[in-house]
Design a protein around this ligand. Structure first.
Ligand code: DGJ
Length: 749
């Protein structure tokens, strides 16, 4: 990576291994984007402003100021006076109106003030952020100022050495005397000066509970296309991601410009194609329900946006993001460690369990090499369903005889680690804590909060609430040898209103909530440095890069069906490393869709994630149980490869309606594993040809078929990398539904 500055022409060039971003100053004051794309050698860009001709900067062609505003590729467009494309910043001041007090939007036009190059990357206090040392990342801070309104805007860019990513974030400082309110403070803007004949598609991930992160592509027409969340969480429905693709982009060809938000709350991702066919993409905290008060001298830091460009299709975008998240976002004890293979009792018992039952599951699991038991929901208060006790974080001794410690000790004695479930952000109306403190949940005065899953959301803007919740979490974790926490959040936030905050701070509630979640998770990791934290939001409703800063893995979806998981995991793998994707083998008929699939196929699908079990191991059939030690052993063998290797998509069931396939190749390209699932058997179909990817052309590989049912490894043949990639392997069509195939490739030297 390299950041170069041309002082004379006022140009800035940020390079990653294969991309460049070039920014410049028109008339020495307006900061704009000149170029983003394939890496270029020179900075000879200033002439491309076209400012001498139409439309001209306001200074060079005063008559055309409005046109300048309308087409200039502003890096951080503010106040919409002539800038009819999307803006990033809107500010108001307190004002006295005829009918009383209010606020008035003010005109903010920040222009260039100064810049600074920083080796490494500064922390974004209180927010999750990517990181790196001086050898792996360089940063550029550009300061813009509105001298009239005394508002400073600091744009922070960081370019990485080992991946084609540039991050952007913004700090807004009130340098004036009075109060200002930020009505909108987005994090990033990108403008492509496209020609009318260039067409773009927009790729996003949409979903619902149990159907998270399905990929969708639509053509971007004139006007705007957005993905957004106002739910207080990033959401099952939308992921904070958007990519512009040149028309017809595939996994391996086409241009991709992507943005991904390192944030877990409300967001806006928007692409706009304007009258001149320019395309602008912006991303940031959603301005709806947002208004942040800044007194004199105070500042607001926006979360960061990850930006990547690929000239060779979607797979390269995926690998750039995976590298970034693995090396520069995930932290802590488990960053570079194999995660324990766990068994979770949710689908096994739901709320109906006691110490004896859990101990029996642990003892049986130990025989198969499973490494951790996770006690899910239902161990506290008087909770025997989802309608009570959230907030009463005290062990229910009617279920756990003698408390938590005897159970944890017994599980440890059986050879397993112990993990526990919490839902810290919510409170049940039927709880002692709610009866004592009805004001501790978000609500509008004199109105009852909206109930979702029999829950209200705890007012995390109130430090008394967060102190109480944290002290209970800590006490439980200190009471026994608990080595894992599943942090759940089962509802959206319906009331962005806190009884604790004054009226002029109500627009801060939803962002403050997320900051408080981050602060509590940070505290948890400081107090328990070896804790494995797995975030979860009724499945994968807050699976975003922000959460990965705290938890190296995230429960991907409550839908554990092997077929449904194909599209869910494909969309998730598109952005997130496989080692972050919580995936378990569950029992059949599947609890969400009722489908019956073979145990081996369920194992194969779960191997594309963290891998674990979610079933009553004491009750499943002997044949299924016999496969568990085989799967566990294989996963232990493959987990390093799956955690650190490069991911290549080979076929998508979502697209072909027949089968799904991807592979993971080690960084040295000497070891790979290929997964194939044939969903439905079809009549009169020929076999599939599987063209592998990411191998060394000249290397020779042994290809073995690995049985996920009995562990055997049968040699298929020995082939060169080029034959495997360009001619491919024949995968015979199976005369059955839901079959799986696993191939292991090992280079022969
Ligand atoms: C939703 C989660 O996704 C499930 O795995 C489980 O933990 C339940 N909540 C418990 O209420």
């Amino acid at each position: 990576m390299k950041i170069t500055v041309n002082q004379e022409k006022k140009l800035f060039k940020l390079d990653t291994p294969k991309t460049s971003l070039v920014l410049g100053l028109a008339d020495g004051k307006y900061l704009g984007q000149l170029y983003y794309g394939r890496r270029v050698r020179s900075m000879n860009f200033a002439d491309l402003w076209h400012t001498e001709e139409y439309p001209g900067t306001p200074e060079s062609a005063a008559r055309e100021e409005g046109k300048f505003e309308d087409v200039f590729a502003y890096e951080y467009p503010a106040s919409n006076n002539g800038n009819f494309n999307e803006t990033c910043l809107s500010v108001s001041r307190p004002a006295i109106h005829e009918n009383g007090h209010g606020t008035s939007e003010i005109l903010v036009k920040p222009t260039f003030d100064s810049f600074e190059i920083l080796n490494g990357k500064p922390d974004l206090e209180g927010l999750p952020h990517t990181f790196g040392d001086e050898s792996s990342v360089q940063s550029l801070k550009i300061v813009l100022r509105d001298v009239n309104e005394k508002i400073r805007v600091e744009l922070l860019y960081s370019a990485f050495a080992d991946t084609d990513v540039i991050t952007k974030s913004v700090k807004i400082v009130n340098e004036g005397e009075g109060v200002i309110y930020l009505n909108k403070a987005l994090s990033a803007c990108m403008t492509l000066n496209a020609n009318p004949e260039e067409r773009f598609e927009v790729l996003t991930l949409h979903g619902a509970w149990a159907r998270e992160r399905h990929m969708e592509r639509v053509e971007l027409g004139f006007g705007a296309f957005s993905r957004e969340s106002y739910r207080g969480v990033s959401g099952h429905q939308e992921n904070p991601f958007m990519a512009l693709l040149s028309r017809g982009t595939t996994c391996d060809s086409g241009e991709v410009y992507a943005m991904h938000f390192v944030y877990s709350g409300n967001f806006l991702a928007k692409a706009i194609k304007n009258q001149f066919s320019q395309v602008r993409m912006v991303m940031g905290i959603h301005p709806e329900h947002f208004r942040w008060k800044l007194s004199s001298g105070e500042s607001f830091q926006t979360p960061e946006v990850v930006m990547t460009y690929s000239a060779s299709g979607l797979s390269e975008m995926t690998r750039s993001l995976h590298t970034l998240y693995r090396n520069h976002l995930i932290r802590g004890f488990y960053k570079d460690r194999r995660r324990p293979i766990l068994i979770n009792n949710w689908e096994a018992t739901y709320f109906d369990f006691d110490s004896e039952k859990l101990q029996a599951i642990a003892e049986e699991a130990a025989k198969s090499g499973i490494e951790m038991l996770v006690m899910d929901d239902g161990w506290f208060g008087h909770r025997n369903g989802d309608d009570s006790s959230l907030g009463d974080w005290y062990v229910n001794e009617a279920k756990l005889t003698g408390g938590l410690k005897p159970l944890v000790d017994a599980v440890n004695k059986a050879g397993l680690k112990f993990g526990i479930w919490f839902e810290p952000e919510n409170i049940s109306p039927d709880s002692d804590v709610y009866r004592a403190h009805p004001d501790w949940v978000y609500q509008y005065p004199e109105s009852t909060p909206v109930m979702v899953r029999h829950e209200y959301t705890a007012d995390f803007c109130n430090p008394e609430v967060t102190e109480y919740v944290y002290s209970r979490l800590k006490a439980v974790l200190e009471s026994a040898n608990v080595e894992y926490v599943k942090w759940d959040m089962n509802r959206p936030i319906t009331e962005g209103h806190s009884l604790f905050l004054p009226p002029d701070r109500q627009g801060e509630v939803l962002h403050r909530h997320i900051l408080a979640v981050y602060a509590m998770q940070e505290r948890l990791l400081k107090d328990f440095p070896q804790l494995l934290l797995e975030n979860c939001t009724a499945g994968g409703g807050r699976f975003d890069p922000g959460m990965l800063y705290y938890s190296p893995q995230f429960w991907c979806s409550d839908d554990t069906d092997a077929v449904e998981r194909l599209a869910i995991q494909e969309g998730t793998q598109l952005l997130y490393p496989l080692s972050t994707i919580g995936a378990h083998v569950s029992d059949v008929p599947n609890h969400t869709v009722g489908r019956v699939t073979p145990f081996a196929t369920r194992g194969l699908v779960a191997m594309g994630g963290t891998f674990g079990y979610e079933l009553d191991i004491t009750k499943i059939s002997d044949e299924d149980r016999a496969q568990i030690p085989v799967q566990v052993k294989l996963m232990k063998e493959f987990s390093e490869l799956i955690r650190t290797g490069e991911y290549y998509r080979l076929a998508s069931y979502r697209e072909n309606n027949v089968y799904d396939s991807y592979m993971v190749v080690s960084n040295e390209k000497n070891h790979a594993v290929v997964f194939v699932v044939q969903v439905l058997s079809q009549p009169n179909e020929k076999s599939h040809i599987l063209k592998l990817k990411g191998l060394k052309e000249e290397a020779t590989y042994e290809v073995r078929e690995v049985s996920v049912a009995n562990g055997s490894k049968r040699l298929w043949g020995t082939y060169s990398g080029d034959v495997l990639m360009y001619a491919g392997l024949i995968v015979a069509r199976e005369m059955a539904d839901f079959t799986g195939l696993c191939l292991e490739l090992t280079e022969i030297l």
